[in-house]
Design a protein around this ligand. Sequence first.
Ligand code: HEC
Length: 167
Amino acid sequence: MNLNKCVLKCGTSLLLVFMANYASSHQNNHQKVPIESKPEETTKDTFKEVNEAYIKSVKPIFQKSCFDCHSSNTQYPWYSNIPGVKQLIRSDVSEAKEHLDMTNDFPFSGHGEPLEDLKAIGKQVDNGEMPPFRYMIIHSESELSETDKKIILEWVHASIKKFDEAK
Ligand code: HEC
């Protein structure tokens, strides 16, 4: 086997191993987490408390910065009249909602479990990845202020703790 062939072969098998790992870790992520194994009442109370705190302090921020994509209350902007743009926005919104749909308050719907969602929100907000830059440059009002971030992260951490304690 010459060197080129070897590189190609090894590269391909490495890629396959990587993809198999990725697929299985992805599956594991989406298994139902054991929140359900708790007595129903405790879980319900925890959800209720987390949701009450959400509605009071976090929801107004999400309405301003996230709802256009992560809810059924999309306000289509003026530039959506440009041919093709509405299509683009629609696919962005449907992808965003598949991941995380905030329409009906907490627990959010989407593909994740509530605890996963909280962690994902914490991560995205902490890293400044959401709202996406492409959206912020047009909707500058959606940018999260330092205070917004603090409020969101405090809610995320307090909620994760509540779920832990309910275990
Ligand atoms: C312009 C549309 C848009 C806005 C506005 C937006 N998002 Fe997103 N969001 C997306 C899209 C598209 C995805 C899925 C692809 C990706 O991760 O980039 C996503 C993914 C996510 C995820 C990952 C969910 C998962 O399954 O891991 C989280 C968490 C999230 N967004 C939170 C937020 C929060 C919080 C805000 C507001 C502060 C926000 N997003 C604003 C489009 C948006």
